[in-house]
Design a protein around this ligand. Structure first.
Ligand SMILES: [Zn+2]
Length: 401
């Protein structure tokens, strides 16, 4: 299968566009030729941009159903909006149908890989993993673990949660295209025993660990009140601050926490649309970058309201501009949602148009003469992005949209 057009290539943290041809064989990019667009490709053409599939490093599958409930801060929103939505996932048939719709919406927006939270229900998390496998996306999905306070909704017994996570990790081991993630939801919902158990499972299996960190001021205060420690110190004392752990948000962090995140090679998943929606604050991108913390990008559906990772990337730029600090440009933004996010999830053969990489691809046909603008074409695409431009989406060389 021959794809040809303007290829979105990556180098040293930036993306750029160059005409060229991709030959796809057995789900991978077998060969790349740069310089010219083929006259009669199977897919693409003179007007097309061919990009690696976009990757989302933080989202909640059940929360596609509660996007847009506006006006309350994090902890109130969790109680009033999220818990009722997630409690419906007690029904695994419903969970599977909802996962199907969520994946469909992501694919329509060009997202071919993601790391997601399911709910506390084991059978529904497994149903979501199975569905993702059937649909062919690349994904980490975790049963969302909460065991305290014991009388609150969606809490389950600690050992049961650890046993169930262990079982998911056996069914969907890391290294698979779809794999189970270890997902203690946040410090306020987890006992010490649960968090330490998660750290032990991470050590044994090398699965991705994902959780939330310092999203909201009241949340940070409640964590300090319960544990007598700063937020990251709590996770650190449980063994969860480790290479590759994805910490959602990381907005309210001191210098010591940033240094610890950098030194441990942990990752902060920046979720600018969600942070704006819940008025949680703005992640200090420049300070984290200066401290050499690795940053990925996430939609955080459903506090986040944009499924499109291009729009999330745009929000990342706007958030940094609002802080009055240095900000990434469009070429860095496109890198973030492709190669950068793929690497953050441990996928070195995704997110890039490279020989040998998996052929998860998005074919985009923007407006006429999109390369002949008076500004940087990637910047114009980013800021005027429209999902209607997506002509087709491919998973392992197979057309799915
Ligand atoms: Zn989240």
């Amino acid at each position: 299968l021959i794809f040809s057009g303007h290829l979105l290539l990556a180098d040293s943290g930036r993306c750029f566009v160059e005409p060229g041809v991709l030959r796809i064989e057995e789900g991978r990019i077998a060969e790349i030729q740069l310089g010219e667009i083929a006259t009669r490709p199977d897919v693409g053409g003179n007007l097309c941009l061919i990009a690696p599939g976009f990757v989302d490093t933080h989202l909640h599958l059940p929360q596609f159903d509660c996007i847009g409930s506006h006006g309350s801060p994090l902890l109130d929103w969790l109680d009033a909006v999220v818990l009722p939505t997630e409690s419906r996932w007690v029904d695994s048939t419903l969970a599977q149908a909802k996962t199907e719709r969520a994946i469909h919406r992501m694919l329509r927006s060009g997202t071919t890989g993601f790391a997601a939270y399911a709910t506390v229900h084991h059978h529904s998390a497994v149903a979501a993993l199975e569905l993702a496998q059937q649909r062919g996306v690349r994904a980490w999905i975790g049963q969302t673990l909460m065991d305290v306070p014991k009388d609150a909704p969606l809490r389950m017994e600690t050992n049961r949660l650890l046993d169930e996570t262990h079982r998911s990790l056996e069914l969907f081991p890391s290294g698979g295209r779809v794999a189970a993630a270890i997902t203690p939801r946040y410090a306020l919902g987890c006992s010490e025993q649960l968090m330490k158990g998660c750290a032990k499972l991470a050590q044994e299996t090398n699965a991705l660990v994902q959780t939330h960190l310092a999203e909201n001021v009241d949340e940070c205060a409640a964590v300090f009140e319960r544990f007598g420690k700063e937020y990251l110190e709590v996770y650190d004392s449980m063994g969860l601050v480790r290479s590759g752990t994805i910490f959602g948000h990381g907005i309210h962090l001191g210098e010591a926490a940033m240094m610890r995140l950098a030194e441990s090679s942990s990752i902060v998943a920046h979720c600018p649309t969600a942070n704006d929606f819940l008025n949680s604050g703005i992640m200090r991108r420049e300070a984290l970058t200066r401290a050499q913390v690795q940053i990925s990008l996430g939609s955080d559906i459903g506090a986040g309201y944009e499924v499109s990772m291009v729009r999330v990337a745009r929000a990342m730029i706007q958030a940094a501009v609002r802080l009055g600090t240095s900000f990434p440009d469009a070429s860095e933004a496109f890198f973030a949602i492709t190669s950068g996010n793929a690497q953050s999830l441990g996928w070195n053969d995704s997110g890039q148009l490279l020989e040998g990489a998996i052929a998860d691809l998005v074919v985009i046909q923007p407006f006429e003469n999109w390369l002949a603008t008076t500004v940087d074409p990637l910047s114009q695409l980013l800021f005027s992005w429209n999902d209607c431009w997506i002509r087709s989406v491919w998973l392992r060389g197979r057309r799915v949209v």
